[in-house]
Design a protein around this ligand. Structure first.
Ligand code: UT7
Length: 335
């Protein structure tokens, strides 16, 4: 994870997009046996945004990307690469190329990264490798998810958590390196704790005995909430600590903690374990719920637009989720 001797990079702009349709906890209580009180006290969520029938993931990813491009005042044709972190793509072969076409980034290579709630951080770290090797200079990284399409709306354990959205950043090569370091981990042995798995046997599965073919379909999101909760509050602080030690930084050096927006109790517990005061923890869970790969770039964009982030601020960004995957990225803000 050494990045010091290589080429530098920094985030030059951010953008985000959220669907207009807003669903409150009260709205959900009409669909499943739940209440605003239960959802808010257990998760910190009050409402979430969901895409409408005429929208698709690319619409949200496009809006977020366009805002980042406008904020950076750059022509999309100068982009070298587009990394789309999503686990709800509208094409299993990848959706990044649709985004490339829609923003007119004709010179950019484009590919997807599928890693659910860790997707954006893995995407940003991957993009940074291309800059450090000198291969590319301007990269658009987008986190977008519409998990409302994959939620079982009769399962109160999961349907109350998720919302739809997209966020984007533009990473550009620079003389000084502002992407200080990272730490990534995976534990595939616990992949079944949070998944949308393909099932051979399903109501609509296709069998052809002559050819020996069976075709199934994907199921809804399945999650063991308690286990994922325990995983997040134990592994994420460890990951952040490792990253800080490698960079010889202390908690006092940290200006902001930006975590994947999964549950306010998770955010509070992680901050408490690290002795990071709550006024340094940025959260928008109340308004949007868990937007998976989009949550970190949305919260980063909001903090940026509100003027919270000042040049030379040190920011810890950490993501965690399905896989199980988790990771930390520490950056110095400079736009
Ligand atoms: O992006 C990363 C992925 N996801 C996460 O980070 C999620 C991590 N997990 C969590 O955030 C929490 O585990 C949840 C919010 C999902 C659940 O909170 P919890 O405090 O762990 O609740 P629980 O699952 O232990 O359920 C407690 C009770 C149960 O009833 P009994 O067995 O005590 O009678 C549940 O049936 O609450 C019940 N319950 C609900 N009640 C009202 C579960 N969901 C609901 C609901 N409304 N929506």
């Amino acid at each position: 994870m050494e990045s010091s001797m290589m080429k530098g990079a920094h985030i030059i702009a951010t953008g985000s997009a959220l669907p207009k349709k807003c669903i409150s906890n009260y709205d959900l209580s009409k669909v499943v046996d739940t209440s605003d009180e239960w959802i808010y006290t257990r998760t910190g969520i009050k409402e979430r945004r969901l895409i409408s029938e005429d929208q698709c993931i690319i619409d949200l990813a496009y809006q977020a990307s366009q805002k980042a491009l406008d904020n950076a005042k750059i022509n999309p044709q100068t982009l070298d690469l587009i990394v789309l972190a999503t686990s709800s793509q509208n094409d299993l072969f990848g959706s990044a190329s649709q985004l490339q076409a829609k923003i007119g980034a004709t010179n950019a290579v484009a590919f997807d990264i599928t890693a659910a709630c860790s997707g954006f951080i893995i995407g940003l770290i991957t993009a940074n490798q291309f800059i450090q090797t000198g291969s590319y200079k301007k990269i658009l990284i987008v986190g977008a998810d519409i998990l409302s399409q994959w939620v079982d709306w009769s399962d109160r354990n999961t349907c109350i958590l998720f919302g739809d959205g997209a966020g984007a950043v533009i990473l550009q090569a620079s003389k000084t390196n502002f992407i200080l370091g990272f730490q990534l981990d995976t534990n595939g042995l616990e992949a079944n704790k949070l998944c949308i798995s393909y099932q051979q046997e399903s109501v609509q599965s296709y069998h052809n005995n002559t050819l020996g073919i069976k075709q199934g379909q994907y199921s809804y999101i399945k999650m063991n909430g308690k286990e994922v909760y325990k995983f997040a509050v134990s592994k994420v602080p460890e990951s952040i600590k490792k990253c800080l030690i490698q960079l010889q930084l202390s908690i006092d050096d940290i200006s902001w903690l930006i975590l994947h927006q999964a549950n306010q109790r998770i955010l509070d517990t992680i901050a408490e374990k690290l002795c990071i005061p709550s006024d340094k923890v940025i959260s928008n869970l109340q308004c949007y719920g868990n937007t998976s790969a989009a949550s970190i770039p949305i919260v980063l964009d909001e903090a940026n637009q509100k003027g919270y982030l000042k040049n030379n601020d040190i920011i810890i960004i950490a993501g965690f989720g399905a896989g199980l995957t988790w990771g930390t990225l520490i950056i110095k803000w400079y736009t």
